[in-house]
Ligand binder design. Structure first.
Ligand code: PAF
Length: 292
C-alpha cells in the first residue's frame, strides 16, 4: 500500500478511511473473525497476488451467532492473528471494537432471501442476516474491488454474492478452495475445540462427502441414496452426531430428488459442543466459480 510499509492495524472507521485514501488499487479484502489458520492464509495469498493493496478484517461479529454461548466460546487471539497478517504481507488490518461496526443507533439488517433459508439458514436462525449485514458494512467501508471467502462456507459465499448483486455493491466475491488437514478435515477456527478423540472422529465429515461423491461418479443419481450414504458414514462414527445431510441444487440450494446437474453435497455434524460443517460440489469443477 505504502512503499516498505509493513502491516498497519487500525481500529476506527475514520482510521480505516484515512489509511485507504491513498491505497494502491485494486484493493483486495479478506474478512475474518480471527483465529487465523492456513485457510485464511490461502485467502490472503490469493488476495496479495491479485491486488495492489490487501486489507484483512478481524471482527467476531456478534450478530451472526444465533447462540450467545457460541459467541462467547469463539476462539480469539488478536496478537497471533496480526502476526499471521504480517507474515502474509497484509497491508492493513481493521480490528474494530463492536461500536465501530455497529455505532449507537445502528438499526439496519440486511436479510437475503431464498438462498439464505435452507441448510445453515434453517439450522441457525438469524445467522445469515448477521453475515450479510456485517459483510455489506465491510464492503462499503473498505470499498474493496475484490473480497475472498472460503468455499468451506459454500452457502455463505452464495448469500454474499446475492447480497452484493442486489445492493449493487461493486466488490467481486471470490471463493477459494477449502484447505484441508491430511485426513480431509476442513480447516476451521472451531476445530480448536475438538478433543483428541473428537479430532480423529471429525475426519468422518470428509469421508462421508467422498463416499457420496464416489457413488455419484459411479453413476448414482438418486439424491436419497447419496444422503443415505453420507448419513451411514457419519453414524458409523460413534462420536459424531449428524445434524443434517443435504443433496441440493448447486444454484438454488433446493433439495433434489435426482442429481442431473450441478449439485452441492453438504452436512453439519456435532462433536459434543462443537458443530462442524463441510461440503462438496458435484459437477461444477472445484465449485468456486460463480454461477449466474
Ligand atoms: O466466514 C467468516 O469468518 C464470517 O462469517 C465473515 C465472512 C468474516 C463475516 O463475519
Amino acid at each position: 500500500m505504502t512503499e516498505g510499509g509493513g502491516t498497519r492495524v487500525v481500529r476506527t472507521r475514520a482510521e480505516l478511511r484515512e489509511a485507504l485514501a491513498s491505497a494502491r488499487r485494486p484493493v483486495g479484502l479478506v474478512p475474518t473473525m480471527g483465529w487465523l489458520h492456513d485457510g485464511h492464509r490461502a485467502l490472503m495469498r490469493r488476495a496479495r497476488s491479485e491486488n495492489g493493496t490487501t486489507v484483512a478484517t478481524i471482527f467476531v461479529n456478534p450478530r451472526q451467532f444465533n447462540l450467545a454461548t457460541d459467541f462467547t466460546r469463539y476462539p480469539r487471539n488478536e496478537a497471533r492473528d496480526v502476526a499471521v497478517c504480517e507474515a502474509e504481507g497484509i497491508d492493513l488490518v481493521w480490528a474494530p471494537p463492536v461500536e465501530e461496526v455497529y455505532p449507537p443507533g445502528f438499526d439496519t439488517t440486511v436479510s437475503v432471501g431464498a438462498i439464505a433459508r435452507p441448510l445453515e439458514g434453517a439450522a441457525r436462525p438469524g445467522h445469515f442476516d448477521g453475515v450479510a449485514t456485517v459483510v455489506s458494512i465491510l464492503f462499503s467501508l473498505v470499498g474493496a474491488d475484490r473480497a475472498y471467502f472460503g468455499q468451506k462456507d459454500a452457502q455463505q459465499v452464495m448469500v454474499i454474492r446475492q447480497m452484493a448483486r442486489d445492493l449493487a455493491i461493486g466488490t467481486q466475491v471470490i471463493a477459494c478452495p477449502t484447505v484441508r488437514e491430511p485426513d480431509g478435515l476442513a480447516l476451521s477456527s472451531r476445530n480448536v475445540h475438538l478433543g483428541p478423540d473428537q479430532r480423529v472422529a471429525a475426519a468422518a465429515l470428509h469421508r462421508a462427502l467422498m463416499a457420496a461423491r464416489s457413488a455419484w461418479e459411479d453413476g448414482e443419481r438418486s439424491a436419497d441414496r447419496l444422503r443415505d450414504i453420507m448419513w451411514e458414514t457419519l453414524t458409523a462414527e460413534p462420536l459424531a452426531a449428524p445434524e443434517y445431510v443435504s443433496v441440493a441444487d448447486g444454484v438454488t440450494l433446493r433439495e433434489l430428488d435426482r442429481v442431473e446437474g450441478p449439485a452441492l453435497l453438504s452436512l453439519a455434524v456435532r462433536f459434543g459442543e462443537t458443530r462442524l460443517i463441510d461440503n462438496e460440489p458435484l459437477g461444477t469443477g472445484d465449485g468456486t466459480t460463480p454461477r449466474a
